[in-house]
Ligand binder design. Structure first.
Ligand code: ATP
Ligand code: FE
Length: 328
């Protein structure tokens, strides 16, 4: 089945084409306008989506060397995300679906982060997903496609949010996660011991205390000192985040007896997290998968594969499809 997918939940406008041969294109237009504000400004995000969506979709079709006549379903992100941004993608998808009489499939963005793993791999069910992104941190027990239970989640900040907010304290540009990852590779993870909240308690996470502890730690340090020790601080913060994520992932894997583990979401691109998770899974003897780096952060390829899996289950939508902002 040839699927055109559209993703516009936050600050990336993305379109992808999936055919029987696999992903044919995955165009991502990132919005640089938010850089100067150190975070995403919702109103500016939806305007930027409107500006770029037509050319992004056109480019995805061109690169895949297909025309709209070849497209058999349109998958579009329904939520969670910024309502105004989601609306741009959904309205565009509805317009195409209506004018060309193409079936529409609404896709949950968090499902899509998980099913990004199915682009290049075939993880076995039941599986355990660690979904770590800019807005979510969840342990998800997936018994079969689209049947799942969230067995752990953050009580405050998401892991990606922690990377971004701490990076901001260190003067790094938004989003700081990839920069911290790069700098951490050259630093000492044991340079400073930052707190790992709720380490011995259940499957929930908490990252707001870590952010505060970095804030206090930096209080009496001058810029010169911070610059000199930036790699070590990034490594120590990354260690605190990766360590608690992997310890809970291990606990959840032991409790659920799953056949595979998958990492998902933007933070799953983090090298320290990947390394620790791979080591842990190998010890437990459970296969671990993570998406290729370009499928970790927001992209339409993950929407297309999720759309395909929904189509296989006969889960289509009609023109009444509405966006939703949050999971609850
Ligand atoms: P959500 O998916 O929860 O709605 P989102 O779509 O904004 O949120 P993603 O695009 O999945 O989030 O991920 C973006 C987050 O991933 C950002 O917080 C970013 O800093 C973080 N991130 C990306 N690459 C890395 C990396 N290598 N190391 C750590 N964090 C990273
Ligand atoms: Fe996302």
């Amino acid at each position: 089945m040839n699927i055109l997918a559209i993703e516009s939940s936050c600050d990336d406008t993305s379109a992808a084409v999936l055919t029987a041969e696999g992903i044919q294109s995955n165009i991502i237009a990132s919005q640089s306008i938010h850089l100067q504000f150190g975070g995403v400004v919702p109103e500016l995000a939806s305007r930027a989506h409107q500006k770029t969506i037509t050319q992004t979709v056109q480019q995805a079709l061109e690169e895949a060397d297909v025309s709209l006549d070849d497209i058999e379903a349109i998958a579009v992100t329904q939520g969670p995300g910024l309502l105004g941004s989601l609306l741009v993608g959904i309205c565009f998808a509805k317009g195409l679906a209506l004018s060309r009489n193409i079936p529409l499939i609404g896709v949950n963005h968090m499902d899509a982060h998980i099913y990004a793993n199915f682009i290049d791999h075939q993880p076995e069910f039941p599986l355990l997903a660690l979904t770590v992104s800019g807005g979510h941190t969840q342990l998800v027990h997936v018994t079969s496609p689209f049947e799942h239970e969230i067995i752990g989640k953050t009580r405050d900040d998401a892991a990606g949010e922690a990377f971004d907010k701490i990076g901001k304290l260190l003067g790094l540009p938004y989003p700081a996660g990839p920069h911290m990852d790069r700098l951490a590779k050259k630093g000492d993870p044991q340079f400073h011991k930052f707190p790992q909240a709720l380490l011995h308690k259940g499957l929930d996470f908490s990252f707001s205390g870590l952010k505060t502890s970095v804030l206090y730690y930096l209080e009496d340090k001058n810029d010169e000192w911070i610059q000199e020790h930036l790699n070590d601080i990034c490594a120590s913060v990354s260690y605190a985040i990766a360590e608690v994520l992997v310890k809970k992932l291990k606990r959840a894997a032991q409790q659920t007896s799953v056949k595979s583990i998958v990492l998902a979401g933007g933070v799953s691109a983090n090298s320290m997290l990947r390394e620790k998770a791979e080591g842990m899974a190998a010890k437990l003897g459970i296969p671990l998968y993570s998406p290729k780096i370009s499928y970790c952060t927001d992209n339409a390829a993950m929407i297309s594969i999720t759309g395909k899996l929904k189509a296989i289950k006969g889960q289509f939508d009609d023109l009444n499809l509405k966006p939703f902002a949050s999971l609850t």
